[in-house]
Design a protein around this ligand. Structure first.
Ligand code: ADE
Length: 224
């Protein structure tokens, strides 16, 4: 899978890709991530990329031309399955979306800044808009890193069996059950007996019950 990220803050977004799971996926050749500094497509000596909004109001808006130039350059090189815009005014990312995106070959992720991008960018180029939650970040860079992490770990071969994504929270619309490791007792707090029993059908049953109980308590909306 190839991901092209268009950003005004490339340094802000690079480090998650230089560490841990995403770095491993890139090193294994399972994911390819390219960063494009929007400023390189800006106007004039100052490489202008934003301007005041029509109608007045606080905050600058990213202009359509630099973004169009960058996207069209990329589109002249390959076909993209999705052009995603990270923005708080969109549907919230969930596991189903991450699963779907993990099967794509080429995607562009556009990150907003300031007041966001000119609406015509969204109308003309963007095929999918994603928010990572009901709060406003300074820019879409961290949101794009979150999206990439959620997607890249699902690409077959990225995670080993020991960290399989299949038992993650949300994979069945349920939260994960509690987990324990050694010691089996800490300051009088004991690990549930069933987990030490070696009876795997019973363990599975206990985990399912716990997952359901936790979901009902914390996220009943997932059960609707
Ligand atoms: N940009 C700013 N806030 C965001 C959010 N919550 N999700 C996605 N992109 C954003």
């Amino acid at each position: 899978m190839r991901i092209d990220i268009i950003t005004v803050e490339p340094d802000l977004i690079k480090s998650p890709f230089e560490n841990s799971m995403m770095k491993r996926a890139i090193d294994k050749g399972l994911a390819e991530v390219h960063f494009h500094n929007l400023r390189e497509y800006g106007f004039g000596n100052y490489r202008q990329i934003d301007d005041y909004q029509f109608g007045g109001g606080a905050g600058m808006v990213l202009m359509i031309e630099p973004i169009a130039k960058c996207i069209e350059k990329l589109q002249s090189e390959r076909i993209y399955d999705e052009i995603i815009y990270m923005t708080p005014d969109a549907k919230t990312l969930n596991q189903a979306t991450a699963n779907t995106l993990s099967l794509k070959e080429n995607i562009i992720i556009l990150t907003g800044h300031y007041k966001g991008v000119d609406q015509r960018v969204r109308d003309k180029y963007v095929t999918k808009e994603i928010s990572i939650g009901d709060y406003v970040l300074t820019g879409g860079e961290l949101a794009a890193a979150v999206l990439c992490d959620a997607v890249i770990r699902l690409i077959p071969g990225v995670l080993g069996d020991e960290t399989s994504a299949l038992t993650d929270s949300f994979q069945d619309n349920l939260l994960s059950p509690p987990v324990y490791t050694r010691p089996s007792e800490y300051e009088g707090m004991k690990v549930p007996e069933v987990l030490l029993s070696g009876n795997f059908p019973k363990i599975e049953e206990w985990r399912s019950e716990q997952a359901y109980k936790r979901t009902k308590e914390i996220r009943p909306d997932l059960l609707d």
